[in-house]
Design a binder for this molecule. Structure first.
Ligand code: ATP
Ligand code: MG
Ligand code: FE
Length: 344
């Protein structure tokens, strides 16, 4: 079975083809991505209307590109999958509309996928795929959650952020340091030249005893530091970046270890854009090695949004029988959609 997947929840248009068959994990035949980051940079953040319009321009050429790369035609597609939510309503509608139009034109069933389930399952496309069950640390631009994952579609929330997401903390701090948008990768790069112990920044909820996170206070602490530093700011920028990154990573690693303890599981999977962070990977690797716990990541290119994870999630849902694709083209999208409500 060949699944075409379309991702358009925010500022990247992604399209991919995966194939299910003999092997336990569906195979990625081809994927293509267009990032709108440059277009939104001038505005310091994503402009929803511009995002929707650009998805319209990109999605069909990208679909043609993956079909060409895989040496297939539209006639080979068995199921068309798309991101149903969460995300920007207008942006989601583009992917959903195109997917359902394709399905109707080809007479093939369609399937709406949860964007976070895509992130969560993306490590299955890596060279070292995990096995169920595992703890998942989902760290993206809009979400920070610890989940227990017992199988496809079997997700239990263990803890989550009560305010900003980890990616948001990176991006907002980066903005305060004048590093542009989205500043996470830039802050992380600058941090490599700085001293992570230079500034004492708060580790919110580190000792709360539960698995929740809070990052809003950290951003305020970074703002206070930038004011205190005043004209020394340029000289100390790398130190402040390194200290900010260390604060975020310390909390993520500590709570991940607590989630392993609470669940009794021996495996952890990291997913979402912040999963590309080098310090997070290094510290998690060290903490997991110490406990003899296996840790899995998506390929670096598949940490942030992409079509491959959407096609994969659809294929895994179909393969495991938790969902069927249907020839019903009356689509809707769910801009707000908690992963725990996936069955609703
Ligand atoms: P969501 O998936 O919650 O809807 P999103 O799709 O915007 O949000 P992703 O695409 O998964 O999020 O990830 C983007 C986020 O990852 C941004 O906040 C970005 O700054 C952050 N990020 C990417 N690379 C790094 C890095 N190396 N270090 C820290 N943060 C990073
Ligand atoms: Mg993005
Ligand atoms: Fe995402």
């Amino acid at each position: 079975m060949i699944v075409l997947g379309i991702e358009s929840s925010c500022d990247e248009t992604g399209v991919a083809l995966v194939q299910t068959g003999g092997q336990p994990v569906p195979a990625l035949l081809a994927h293509a991505l267009h990032s709108q980051i440059e277009m939104h940079q001038a505005y310091g953040g994503v402009v929803p209307e511009l995002a929707s319009r650009d998805h319209i321009r990109r999605v069909l050429p990208l679909a043609q590109q993956v079909l060409d790369e895989a040496g297939r035609t539209v006639a080979d597609i068995d199921v068309v999958a798309y991101t149903r939510g969460p995300g920007l309503a207008g942006a989601l509608l583009v992917g959903a509309g195109v997917a359902c139009a394709m399905g109707a034109a080809l007479g093939k069933p369609v399937l709406g996928v949860h964007h976070l389930e895509g992130h969560l399952l993306s490590p299955f496309l890596s060279a070292d795929p995990p096995e169920f069950p595992f703890v998942a640390l989902l760290v993206s631009g809009g979400h920070t959650q610890l989940m227990q994952v017992d199988g496809v579609g079997r997700y239990t929330l263990l803890g989550e952020t009560i305010d900003d997401a980890a990616g948001e903390a990176f991006d907002k701090s980066a903005k305060l340091l004048g590093l542009g948008y989205p500043g996470g990768p830039a802050l992380s790069k600058l941090a490599q030249q700085g001293d992570p112990a230079a500034f004492k920044l708060p580790r919110p909820l580190l000792h709360s005893g539960d698995l929740d996170f809070s990052f809003a206070g950290l951003k305020t602490a970074v703002l206070t530091q930038t004011h205190k530093l005043a004209d020394q700011m340029q000289a100390r920028k790398a130190d402040l970046a390194a200290s900010t990154e260390a604060a975020i990573v310390d909390v993520l690693v500590k709570k991940s270890m607590m989630a392993l303890d609470a669940s009794g599981l021996q495996r952890i999977v990291v997913a979402g854009g912040v999963g590309a962070n080098r310090r997070l990977r290094a510290q998690l690797n060290a903490a997991c090695a110490k406990r003899g716990v296996r840790v899995h990541y998506p390929e670096l290119a598949l940490c942030t949004d992409n079509g491959a994870m959407i096609a994969l999630a659809a294929a895994m849902r179909l393969q495991s029988g938790v969902q069927e694709a249907v020839a019903d083209y009356a689509f809707d999208v769910r801009p707000r959609w908690p992963l725990q409500d996936i069955h609703a």
